[in-house]
Design a protein around this ligand. Sequence first.
Ligand SMILES: Nc1ncnc2c1ncn2[C@@H]1O[C@H](COP(=O)(O)OP(=O)(O)O)[C@@H](O)[C@H]1O
Ligand SMILES: [Mg+2]
Length: 262
Amino acid sequence: MALIVLASASGSPGVTTTALGISLVWHRPVVLVDADPVGGSSVLAGYFQGTVTDDDAMVTLVLAHRDRRLAEVLPQTLITVPGTHVLVLPGPKSHAQAGSLTELWPALAVELSALEQTGQDVIIDIGREGMVHSPQALLQAADLALLVIRTDLPALAAARQWAAMWSAASQSGAGASGVAALLVGAGRPYEASEVAKVLGITVLESVAWDPRSATIFSQGQKPPGGSWPQRDRLVRSYRAAAAALNQRVAAQRLAMSSGDVW
Ligand SMILES: Nc1ncnc2c1ncn2[C@@H]1O[C@H](COP(=O)(O)OP(=O)(O)O)[C@@H](O)[C@H]1O
Ligand SMILES: [Mg+2]
């Protein structure tokens, strides 16, 4: 149904954690793409605690792209999160490697968008906006681009420029089809309505502030009882966010098919 990109404007608000959390509660099979140009495949080091290694997926994909076999090879590079319908595409191993992926991203954007036909959605973590080697082609291909932000003043000050640039790009057809903010910890101290006013974009949803539960997803910390807690406040907020994303993309597509500008 959708290709959704998450990015941050400053600091480390929880993009990777939130992208994984939302993927784990997603209602359909989903491919979670680590496209953070900082490198280091943080889901493998974090959630998987280094127990899973990849055979350098990015190199495999670059070579496949050169051989015009990207669509065929892409599924072979995906790692299943055990017990879930989440497949992870590990990202660049290093910032230097990210620099050699400029030609890969646009081609990968096409193949990831095509996964929709196989019943898979795609959630992409592009890390911090404005980084050198940032995969802008993925952002441009997105149905929805989400600015993940905390709600303190420095976070809002940094996010403002990106909210404006993303909105302008979206309206001119050069950016993601839709743009919104996803808050981590609304009310710390600013509420969603205040953030929306400052940024001039919709605040789609808020993810609960819960440092302890977040480490289950960011560090692979073992949750009490073994599996991640379904009733946990954070998990419930991931579910609400997933539902809001789906609803928003569906509404956008409906508007587009009837000729309305979103
Ligand atoms: N909802 C949350 N509440 C509290 N802490 C969080 C939340 N989500 C993530 N974190 C914490 O924030 C830190 C940064 O998370 P990470 O996902 O790596 O950020 P980013 O990808 O934006 O750099 C981690 O310590 C993580 O556990
Ligand atoms: Mg990250």
